[in-house]
Design a binder for this molecule. Sequence first.
Ligand SMILES: Cc1ncc(C[n+]2csc(CCOP(=O)(O)OP(=O)(O)O)c2C)c(N)n1
Length: 631
Amino acid sequence: MALLETIRGPEDLRSLPRERLQELADEVRQRLIDVVSRTGGHIGASLGTVELTVALLHAFESPRDKIVWDVGHQAYSWKILTGRNDRFPTLRQKGGLNGFLRRSESEHDVVGAGHAGTAVSAAYAIAVARDLKRESFRVVAVVGDGSMTCGLSYEGMNNAGHSERDIIVVLNDNGMSIAPNVGAINKYLGSIIASPRTNRLRERIKHLVESSGKVFGPGIVDFGRKVEESIKNLWSPGMLFEELGFRYFGPIDGHDIPLLLQTLDLVKTVRGPRLVHVITEKGKGFPLEEPDREKFHARAPYDPVTGELLDAPGGLPQWTRVFGEALTQLAAEDPRLVAITAAMPTGTGTAIFQKQWPERFFDVGIAEGHATTFASGLATQGLRPVVAIYSTFLARAYDCIIHDVAIQKLPVIFAMDRGGMVGDDGQTHMGLYDIPYMLSVPNMTVTAPRDGAELIGLLRCALAHEAGPFALRYPRDRVPSEPPQVRDVPAVPYGTWEVLREGSGVALLAVGVMCAPALAAADALAAEGVRVSVVNCRFLKPVDAAALDRLAPAHRLWVTVEDGVVTNGFGSSLAGLAATAYPAVRVVPIGAADRTWEHATRAQQLAEAGLTADAIAARVRSLLAAPPGAA
Ligand SMILES: Cc1ncc(C[n+]2csc(CCOP(=O)(O)OP(=O)(O)O)c2C)c(N)n1
């Protein structure tokens, strides 16, 4: 790592002769493999962009020039080369570097990221601001081919393309989203790469690039014009982008640093919106012999020499898997059931369904809004679509949920994985907001299972519920106990709660996986002579009014516990109800405070939010010790 150690920031990199850049890239690649083997993280995406990052930092002057990365999961080399190499081993850990990009971490992270499809819009906005302020610098958006399945990317391109403003989009095409990329745009990009005409074009671009070396200097403006003309006259494989108003360059090998630099030099001589299409290999250099490219998109800690995972997975299954298996089996019972994912077949467990029911499975790309409206259309035809999307990404589809599904009372089922504290992905991926955003949707049923059996029972209930949409949320975690066979689990009766423990005075009203710490808190309190009730509030909407009527006379304090933000959450909505229906009852919500939550393990985050048995018990003790109004 001798060379890498001398790079404290982009200036050091820019002062290196071009011939040494590949050596630097090799060291960066090794550093990525070593460090991520211990921390886990998005190794595949970041290994694919090593040379591209080196070339961008050499060709442009960050932070004066603005490089905007889409998602940010592929920007680990960026972190290493923009002054964060020393801290790189803290990646994704509490107090350490974030796994995506954030403005507070570095002046080189112009725009925070984590969700896909934002780079073109943000970069275009920066170009607009630059022009309004009469400043002069370059703006580059780096976007993956997966993110080109996001509608948002085209909204940005549509706006930027005909603006004539100076903006460069680098399309980092590895043929992969997390899974192999899908859809017409993927086919289109594939056809560009495979076409013999493209190969001829590549030769001509190479020729142009080579001749550019001879004319740089005072002749640059003339040369720029010449290039412009030539490019216009060339048959362009990137016609789609040309039609959108972008000059198209490429496709070029994104691991060939000299070619990348020559192309970027050329592109810099042209003005207006430009798109450079680079072909990269996801996971390039990863030590697995026959890499399953999807598996190392993000990878848990592994052996840096063999690439094999360190911990053989075992123990209780993840919620994701219980969901995927249940859905697959329920599809055998109900031929109307179809499953939809937005580019996350493995992450949502729907890959299991896909294997068994390929014709009833739809991966629509990174297109959460489309996934939702597509589901609504299927529901109008009598199918029972299950939309499986992470809690954090479903927020993208909020208007579609209300406009296309809920007000039309269409029976679409939303399976919201990663609900609650999300762990090391951090603030951009937190599933803390789905309870508030779903509770306020008309006609929506909102549920949270407490274990795998209840997930299956709620799915059965959802399939029987024809009157409108139905949402289930569950965390990024293992289920608390081994789930039973799907065929042995009956439907949970609609709208019902379950009393888990009888006490008096205080009722702990727990949501989903918070039942376990609530019960443990009740045990601890019972040992001190305080006997509280614990209720599994598996339906957040509608609430079980009969259960509340039964609770109210003997329980004057209701403490709600939810793995979500307290603002407008379950406790807050119950407090609103109690204020009119049960005025003698006091409702105290426990949940995540209204602030951003940093990356850490899920257990650390839950502890920080007071969502552990100890913290819940302590809260009840202090509420009992200091009734309302006490000083
Ligand atoms: C709105 C949104 N949906 C889903 C994701 C999850 N996700 C992270 S990276 C990724 C694939 C991105 O593919 P691409 O842009 O081609 O980058 P690559 O990983 O191939 O480098 C997905 C689906 C996300 N970050 N944002």
